[in-house]
Each structure stands twice: as structure tokens, then as C-alpha cells.
Design a protein around this ligand. Structure first.
Ligand code: AR6
Length: 231
């Protein structure tokens, strides 16, 4: 991420769009300016109704693991509002761990407008997808497919026709996509998380033994996908 307008972001603290709450600096003078960065939403915790406490434990555990593994890369956890409970939980729990605050940030904003709305350059963004890898359906999936335009749907089809829960697929974004030209996003990684919503496919019927296992796999698969781009 780079924040050429002097925006600063902080691990363990949320950063408002355009507001400077600095600790881990991402401004234009930062040596971290061009660090490969993955922005990701909370997988499964809205439409898929996964427990927030359990999800936040898994997010922090997996970020800690991959921040160490990747070295020269950064992770930004994003949600839409300052009232986001999952964002507060992740902030609080990551603050209690020994995670490098230059490598893990939280951000309040629209994941499709990180650069244009928040001056935060993330070259890779993650999508909480559906198993068919189809546009629409609400949430972050609808937002990303809509912002990316038809180029993302075409590029996705070339890579995969469907996903099983716990898996991710890396999709290079064509330069014709507005997400590429406006936001500087070069790859979208679709992830399918565990589903606790009885109205949706692959319903786990409150089986959190399985659910937690699948959510761990989903984040591992996402972060491995990011690692494959960085390396
Ligand atoms: N920017 C950043 N975060 C967002 C945005 C956005 N534009 N929109 C939503 N979020 P969800 P799931 C956050 O429901 O629970 C879809 O219909 C949101 O606040 O998108 O994995 C798919 O097609 C929440 O914290 O994903 C699947 O069928 C997080 O993104 C199903 O929903 C994930 O919420 C997947 O459900």
C-alpha cells in the first residue's frame, strides 16, 4: 500500500478514510511505499453468519502465521463501517499479539475504493465469493464484481468454474478493468468460506468444529495465493 497523500494506517487501530491516526506509517515517504499488499474482508461473517469471536481468533492466528512467512508483504483487514464488530475484535486481539504493526493494518472503507477513496494502494484484494464464482448476491462479492466490470467475470471463468469451501483462486485482473486502472489492483483472490446460513449452499448446521477448520483453510488458501503473487 502507498498513501501518497500522507494517510497513515495503524495495526491494531482502525484508520478512517483521510484521517491520520498514525503509528505504522504508509505515507509517500515511507520505506514501505511499494510493499506488496493484500486487502481482505472478513470471510463468512456477514451473509454466511459465522460466529464473530471464532472468526476473529482465526483471522489473527492466520495473519500472525503469514506475516512471519512472507516477510516483505503487508496485510490490510477491511470493513465498511467504524461500527464493525469484527474489525474491533481483530484490532483488539491483534494488539495483544506480537504482530509487526507495519505489516498488519486495519482499514475502514470500501474494498473497491481503497486508493480512490482512502489513498491506500493495495495490489491484491480478496473477495468473499460464492461457490459458483458468480457476480451479484450482495455483500463484498457484488461490490467487487460490479466495480471490476465484465473483465473480472471473464478472467475468473478462465481460472475456475467453481470453488469448494476452504479454497481460494487467484485471478489476474486485466488492465481494462476499472479496478486495475483506478485502484491499481492487479489480482483478485476469490475465497469461499464456511457457511452457517441455512438459506445458502453447503450449510454447516452450526458445526463449528468443521466450520473453524474450513475457515482456517480458507485463510491459508487466500494467504498462500497472495504469497504466490509476491514470490
Ligand atoms: N468493502 C469492504 N468490506 C465489505 C464490502 C465492501 N464493499 N461489502 C461487504 N463487506 P459478505 P460472506 C464486508 O456477506 O459472509 C455473497 O452474497 C462485510 O461487512 O460479503 O462470506 C456471496 O455471493 C463483512 O464484514 O460475505 C456469498 O454467497 C464481509 O465483507 C456470500 O455473500 C463479508 O461479508 C458470502 O458471505
Amino acid at each position: 500500500c502507498k498513501g501518497p497523500e500522507g494517510i497513515k494506517a495503524t495495526a491494531g487501530k482502525e484508520v478512517k478514510e483521510g484521517e491520520d491516526l498514525a503509528v505504522g506509517s504508509v505515507d509517500g515517504t515511507s520505506s514501505l511505499n511499494n510493499v506488496p499488499t493484500l486487502a481482505f474482508p472478513s470471510i463468512s461473517t456477514a451473509d454466511f453468519q459465522f460466529d464473530l469471536e471464532k472468526a476473529s481468533d482465526i483471522i489473527v492466528e492466520k495473519v500472525e502465521e503469514f506475516v512471519t512467512k512472507l516477510g516483505n508483504a503487508r496485510f490490510v483487514f477491511v470493513d465498511l463501517s467504524h461500527g464493525s464488530k469484527i474489525l474491533s475484535l481483530v484490532r483488539a486481539k491483534s494488539g495483544q499479539k506480537n504482530i509487526d504493526t507495519d505489516k498488519f493494518l486495519t482499514f475502514v472503507g470500501d474494498i473497491t475504493r481503497l486508493y480512490s477513496g482512502g489513498r491506500l494502494h493495495c495490489n491484491v484484494i480478496a473477495n468473499a465469493a460464492n461457490w459458483r464464482l458468480k457476480p451479484g448476491g450482495g455483500g463484498v462479492n457484488a461490490a467487487i464484481f460490479s466495480a471490476a466490470g465484465p473483465a473480472l467475470e471473464i478472467a475468473t471463468k478462465e481460472r475456475a468454474g467453481s470453488l469448494t469451501p476452504g479454497k481460494a483462486v487467484v485471478v489476474p485482473l486485466p488492465s481494462t478493468s476499472p479496478l486495475f486502472s483506478r485502484e491499481g489492483v492487479t489480482h483478485v483472490i476469490h475465497v469461499l468460506g464456511p457457511n452457517m446460513n441455512p438459506q445458502r449452499p453447503n450449510f454447516l448446521n452450526n458445526d463449528y468444529i468443521k466450520g473453524c477448520k474450513v475457515l482456517r483453510e480458507a485463510y491459508s488458501s487466500l494467504f498462500e495465493g497472495f504469497a504466490s503473487i509476491v514470490r
